[in-house]
Write a protein that binds this ligand. Structure first.
Ligand code: ATP
Ligand code: MG
Ligand code: MG
Ligand code: MG
Length: 519
């Protein structure tokens, strides 16, 4: 099945079960101070769950574009390194607002996965909430028993409050949840180590695909739980992960959701994409340029989605707030494009037409604005490329100096604070990059701090964040004072006090130019 067919099959299945198919909400959230971007399918139904708005339909289903790059859900650091966390992804979901509950939700998720999609049952694992005596929460026996009808007992796993109890916030609706995981390891590996031990262990081939949340309580201010008068179901399935398991792949990036884009990048850069390249420290030979290239291609194919949909939904890259989150992601991708893959001219924006075509008929918002979106990204690229090389040169010089010092510092009595064991038990020595230097890169060369941290990490260094934050704070105080005194226009332009100059602002910021024109 193609990705398109898989998405449609999901929607058709739930439509046939009496669900109304609704459109995705925008990825950009306006008017909610607690949330910048949509991070789950349920966001657009929040008021219904809180009892503040009536449900239009008792059952709905959709595919929601989500972004997990900030706040409680921030997967940015995993993206491109692992095979199943994206910045932007689609969350397929079905909901019951006071209508059906656990039985139907479980019956239908099993029916869809094993009868429509025909996933092999012995590769599926399900979880239920084991209870938490300290918190006065009961074990979810109902869910356990419902699963027993379908699933062998050694494939049903108890889960703790962290993984299997969902809460909207400190107060409000909450309840147990049940996850479905898929084991795609080869048979010999499965025979050796049971998939049950790898669920929730961050294993690349035993991944969570679907979460079913059963909202049955309301937590009030004193912390006590009260049964909700109307119980709800809220489910979310990662579309790209589903496509990967259905297409028999070991990476989301090997599916038709990403391959066209990755092959385009590979071809234009004159490199090949090696999906199986190993990270440094794993396998023979250690770090390979194959690995670096593959990460860069994955990051670009991923990030273009986040940036394009954010822009299409009204969030331009900018120097503060949500706009700065988008600019940070963009610059991260452009650095990989430039330094790792060798694109010296603006290239990243050329992915937009491919993406728009792919989502035609699914999220038409992108298709109808594709020229504008591409233009904004191109402008951003041009301005960052202006300072990127100089920043990289300075960074390299700094690394050279630090490396010379490392030998000196690596004496045993000095290692306590700055050595750490990696996952494989290898002792790594870090020395820190001066926070003031990181600030200069940020302020004058437009390097977002997480980009400098990433570049540092690639070379085995850390950034002294304490010093960086102090420098940033000082600059904010200075710029606030300057704003008040001599640049009256800025006072109008800033809609928030956390001004974040990124250097060369007057030329680089499309958002600024547009905002400026408005004034
Ligand atoms: P994980 O444990 O893998 O980080 P999660 O428990 O944070 O996932 P949920 O909040 O339960 O995810 O979201 C529902 C579903 O959305 C998940 O089961 C998964 O399939 C998918 N999903 C979550 N985060 C991502 C992501 N960053 N990229 C792609 N799919 C995701
Ligand atoms: Mg997560
Ligand atoms: Mg999880
Ligand atoms: Mg989950």
């Amino acid at each position: 099945m193609t990705a398109k067919e898989i998405r449609q099959a999901f929607l058709d299945f739930f439509a046939a079960k009496g669900h109304t198919i609704v459109p995705s909400a925008p990825i950009v959230v306006k008017n909610d101070p607690t949330l910048m971007f949509t991070n789950a399918g349920m966001n657009q139904f929040k008021d219904i769950f809180l009892g503040e708005a009536p449900a239009k339909y008792p059952r709905v289903a959709d595919t929601q574009r989500c972004l997990r790059v900030s706040g409680k859900h921030n997967d940015l650091e995993e993206v491109g390194i692992d095979t199943y966390h994206h910045t932007m992804f689609e969350m397929l979901g079905n909901w019951s607002f006071g209508d059906y509950f656990k039985k139907e939700a479980i019956d239908w998720s099993w029916e869809l996965l094993t009868e429509v999609y025909k996933l092999p049952k012995d590769r599926l694992y399900v979880t239920y909430f084991e209870g938490d005596a300290k918190e006065g929460l009961e074990k979810d026996t109902e869910t356990l028993n419902l699963w027993k009808q379908y699933v062998a007992e050694d494939h049903i796993l108890p889960g703790n409050k962290k993984d299997n109890f969902w809460e909207m916030g400190e107060t409000g609706p909450c309840g147990p949840c049940s996850e479905i995981h898929f084991d795609s390891r080869p048979d010999n590996e499965r025979a050796e180590v049971s998939g049950a031990t790898l669920v929730n262990a961050d294993h690349d081939q035993v991944i969570e695909i679907w979460n079913n949340v059963f909202m049955q309580f309301n937590r009030v201010k004193d912390g006590s739980l009260h049964p909700l008068p109307a119980k709800h179901v809220d489910t979310g399935m990662g579309f790209e992960r589903l496509v990967r398991v259905l297409q028999g792949k070991t990476s989301n990036y090997d599916t038709d959701v990403f391959q066209e884009m990755i092959q385009f990048i590979a071809q234009k850069s004159g490199k090949t994409y090696n999906s199986k390249a190993l990270p440094p420290g794993e396998g023979l030979g250690g770090a390979s340029s194959d690995w670096n290239d593959a990460v860069a291609m994955r990051v670009m194919a991923d990030h273009i989605r986040a940036i394009s949909f954010a822009i299409a939904d009204g969030q331009l890259p900018a120097s503060n707030k949500a706009g700065y989150v988008i600019r940070r992601i963009l610059r991260r991708a452009v650095r990989y494009s430039y330094q790792t893959l060798g694109f010296k001219e603006p290239f990243f924006n050329q992915l937009v037409p491919l993406l728009a075509e792919q989502f035609k008929g699914v999220f038409d918002e992108l298709y109808t604005q594709k020229d504008f979106v591409q233009k904004v990204i191109r402008e951003e690229e041009i301005s960052f490329l202006r300072t990127l090389q100089r920043g990289i040169d300075l960074f390299e010089t700094e690394i050279e100096i630090l490396k010379k010092n490392t030998d000196f510092l690596a004496s045993p009595e000095n290692t306590e604070d700055w050595s750490e064991k990696t996952k494989d038990g290898i002792e790594k020595y870090y020395t820190t990059i001066d926070g003031n230097f990181a600030f200069e890169l940020y302020d004058t060369f437009g390097f977002p701090i997480d980009l400098t941290e990433l570049m540092a990490r690639e070379r085995g260094f850390k950034v002294n964040m304490e010093v960086f934050n102090k420098a940033l704070q000082e600059q904010k105080t200075r710029s606030r004072a300057a704003t008040a005194i001599d640049t009256g226009d800025w006072t109008v332009l800033q809609d928030d006090d956390s001004v974040e100059f990124t250097g060369y602002d007057e030329t680089e910021s499309v958002a600024h130019i547009i905002k400026y024109r408005k004034v």
